[in-house]
Design a protein around this ligand. Structure first.
Ligand code: VG1
Ligand code: CO
Length: 555
C-alpha cells in the first residue's frame, strides 16, 4: 500500500456550522477541498485527541450525490493516516442515528457522516461532512474549532493508493498484510435490533393489526430501508404504509425536510378528512429528524418532546422513569412543564445536538429535543427520527386498547389541559443576503437597553439578551447563541441566524406564547401568535432592512 503526500493550499472557509461542514456539491468538487477538510479532522485527532494506532473509523452517508466518491477518498485517507479499520455501510449508506449506534456498538474511535441533512441534494445541491466522537455524538466545539484552525493552515494531506473498494458487497477486504481493513456492513439489522430492544414491538404490532392506519414518508432519503425492515418486516404493517422509501441521490428532486412545507404529499394525505390515516410521520435526508402528524393534526416538535417525556414510562426502555430532559434554547418550554411535574431537571442548551452529549454521558438527561424536528434519547448520541416515530406508536399502542381509544389529537389536547399549551411557531426567512441579515441582528442587539419595560400592544418586554451557555460538565462556554426577547407574561421571541445553510443567511424567528385557558388552546398557532409576529417584524425592522416580511417556511 503506497502512501502519497499531496501538496495543497488552504481554503479558509471550512468552518463547521451547527452540524458539520456544509457546502454546495460544486464547492466540495474543487480539487483538494474534501481532502483538506478530512486531513484537518485526522490531524486534530492524531495531535489533540490521542488517536490510538489501531483505531477504527465508521463511515456512511445519506446516499446523496457525491457520497460514493467521498467514501472512497475517506477510506484511502484513513488508511494513510493510521487507522487500522474502516467500517462502512453497504452502498455507503448509513443514517445518522445508525452511525451513532455503530460507533457505540463496535466501539470505534469515531465516525464520519456524509450528509447535508435536510438540505437539497443532487449535483446542484448540497453536500456535508460531520465528525462524531467515540460516544457516538457530534464532535464538540473544542474539536470543530481545532479542525477549522488546521484547515486554514494546511499544506499537505496523506492518501493511500488503494484500488476502489466495492462498498456494495458485504464483507472484509484487508491491505498491507492485514494492517488495514475495510469492513462493509448492513446496519439496518443492527439498528432495527436496537429499536426492538427499546420499544414494545408486540404491542405496536397488535395496534397495527387492529386496523390503526399509519403512513411513513422517507422522502426518498436514507430511512427507506430501515422503515421497510421495521414497519413492514417486523411490525407487519401493510406495504402501502410506506411512501418514498427508495433512497435517491437527489431525493427525487425534493427537499428532504420533514415539515408542513416540504413534506406536502404526506401532509395532503394526513389532512384528507375522515379517510386520512390515524398516524403519519416523515424523516429527513439523514434520518435524524421526524415530523409527527395525527389524523388532520400536526404535532409541533416542541410539543412532541413534552408528550414523549410525559408518557415515557409507557415505553419499556423508560419504564423506570427518566433522569432528566434537555432542549435547545429556541425549543418551547412545554417540556419544562413536564419536567417540573416529574421533579426532574430540564437543561437549556444552544441549538445543535453536540451540546446534549455531555449531559447524556454524565447521566443527567434521558430525553432531548429541538424545535427543528429533532428528538432522541440516550440510546444513541444523535437525534433519531425513526426512534421518535416508534416512541409515538408505542404510546399510542398503550392508549388504544380494547377498552380505551385515544387519537394523536386527543393525546395533545389532554396534554394541554393538564400542562397548559405553549403555543409555538418558527418563521424562516431563507437566502437573505448575509450582510442584510447581520444588520438586522445588530439592529435588534442595539435595542437591548431600550426594550425592557416597553409595551407593544398586549405585550411588555421584561428582558432581552444574547444567549450564552455554560456547559456544567466540561466548563466550556458558548456565546452568541441567539437573541431572546422575553416578555412579562412568559411569552418570547427569539432571533437566530442559521448555521447549516449554504446560500446567504437564513434568519429564524421563533415565537412562543403560553395559553393556560383550555377554551383557547385549540386556536391555530398562526392566529394566536399574529400579534407577536407583528412585534417581531417591528423590533427587527426586517422589511425595511431586507425587503422581506413573508417567511419562506413556517413550522
Ligand atoms: C438546524 C436546526 C438545528 C439542528 C441543525 C442540524 O440548524 O435549527 O436545531 O440541530 O439544523 O440538523 P440551524 O443552525 O440551521 O438553525 V440536521 O437534521 O440538518 O443535521
Ligand atoms: Co438531519
Amino acid at each position: 500500500m503506497q502512501i502519497n503526500t499531496v501538496q495543497t493550499s488552504a481554503f479558509g472557509d471550512q468552518k463547521p456550522g451547527t452540524s458539520g461542514l456544509r457546502k454546495k456539491v460544486k464547492v466540495f468538487q474543487h480539487p483538494h477541498y474534501l481532502e483538506n477538510f478530512v486531513q484537518s479532522i485526522f490531524d486534530t485527532l492524531i495531535e489533540k485527541e490521542g488517536m490510538p494506532t489501531d483505531a477504527t473509523l465508521a463511515v456512511g452517508g445519506d446516499g446523496r450525490y457525491y457520497n460514493r466518491h467521498a467514501i472512497q477518498t475517506i477510506i484511502q485517507m484513513a488508511a494513510a493516516n493510521g487507522f487500522a479499520r474502516v467500517i462502512v455501510g453497504q452502498a455507503g449508506i448509513l443514517s445518522t442515528p445508525a452511525v451513532s449506534h455503530i460507533i457505540r456498538k463496535y466501539k470505534t474511535f469515531g465516525g464520519m457522516i456524509l450528509s447535508a441533512s435536510h438540505n437539497q441534494g443532487g449535483v446542484d445541491g448540497d453536500f456535508g461532512i460531520k465528525y462524531n466522537i467515540s460516544n457516538g455524538g457530534p464532535a464538540p466545539e473544542k474539536i470543530t474549532d481545532e479542525v477549522f484552525a488546521k484547515s486554514k493552515v494546511i499544506t499537505a494531506y496523506k492518501i493511500a493508493d488503494l484500488a476502489e473498494i466495492d462498498v456494495d458487497t458485504l464483507g472484509e477486504t484487508s491491505f498491507n498484510g492485514g494492517k488495514f481493513t475495510v469492513q462493509v456492513i448492513n446496519a439496518v439489522q443492527d439498528y432495527a435490533d436496537l429499536m426492538q430492544s427499546l420499544f414494545d414491538f408486540s404491542a405496536i404490532k397488535n395496534l397495527l393489526a387492529s386496523g390503526f392506519q399509519i403512513k411513513f414518508d422517507a422522502m426518498h432519503a436514507v430511512t427507506g430501508p430501515y422503515a421497510q425492515e421495521i414497519f413492514i418486516n417486523r411490525l407487519g404493517a401493510p406495504a402501502h404504509s410506506l411512501m418514498n422509501c427508495v433512497p435517491s441521490e437527489d431525493f427525487g428532486g425534493g427537499h428532504p425536510d420533514p415539515n408542513l412545507t416540504y413534506a406536502e404529499d404526506l401532509v395532503k394525505i394526513m389532512f384528507a378528512g375522515d379517510k386520512a390515516p390515524d398516524f403519519g410521520a416523515a424523516s429527513d435526508g439523514d434520518g435524524d429528524r421526524n415530523m409527527i402528524l395525527g389524523k388532520n393534526f400536526f404535532v409541533t416538535p416542541s410539543d412532541s418532546l413534552a408528550v414523549l417525556a410525559a408518557n415515557a414510562t409507557l415505553v419499556p426502555a423508560y419504564a423506570k422513569g427518566i433522569a432528566g430532559v434537555a432542549r435547545s434554547m429556541p425549543t418551547s418550554g412545554a417540556v419544562d412543564r413536564v419536567a417540573a411535574k416529574l421533579n426532574i431537571p430540564c437543561y437549556e442548551t444552544p441549538t445543535g445536538w453536540k451540546f446534549f452529549g455531555n449531559l447524556m454521558d454524565a447521566g443527567k438527561v434521558t430525553l432531548c429535543g429541538e424545535e427543528s424536528f429533532g428528538t432522541s434519547s440516550n440510546h444513541v448520541r444523535e437525534k433519531d427520527g425513526l426512534w421518535a416515530v416508534l416512541f409515538w406508536l408505542n404510546v399510542l399502542a398503550q392508549k388504544n386498547t380494547e377498552k380505551t381509544k385515544a387519537s394523536v389529537e386527543q393525546i395533545l389536547k389532554s396534554h394541554w389541559l393538564e400542562y397548559g399549551r405553549n403555543v409555538y411557531s418558527r418563521h424562516d426567512f431563507e437566502a437573505i443576503p448575509t450582510e442584510a441579515a447581520n444588520i438586522v441582528m445588530a439592529h435588534i442587539k442595539a435595542q437591548f437597553e431600550s426594550l425592557p419595560n416597553q409595551t407593544f400592544g398586549s405585550y411588555t418586554v421584561k428582558t432581552c439578551d444574547d444567549f450564552s451557555y455554560h456547559d456544567s460538565i466540561d466548563g466550556s462556554i458558548s456565546n452568541n447563541q441567539g437573541v431572546r426577547i422575553l416578555f412579562v407574561d412568559g411569552s418570547r421571541i427569539v432571533f437566530r441566524l442559521s448555521g447549516s445553510g449554504t446560500e446567504g443567511a437564513t434568519l429564524r424567528i421563533y415565537l412562543e406564547a403560553f395559553e393556560p385557558d383550555s377554551a383557547k388552546q385549540s386556536v391555530d398557532a398562526q392566529v394566536a401568535l399574529a400579534e407577536m409576529i407583528q412585534i417581531a417584524l417591528k423590533i427587527s425592522q426586517l422589511k425595511e432592512k431586507t425587503g422581506r416580511d413573508t417567511p419562506t417556511v413556517i413550522t
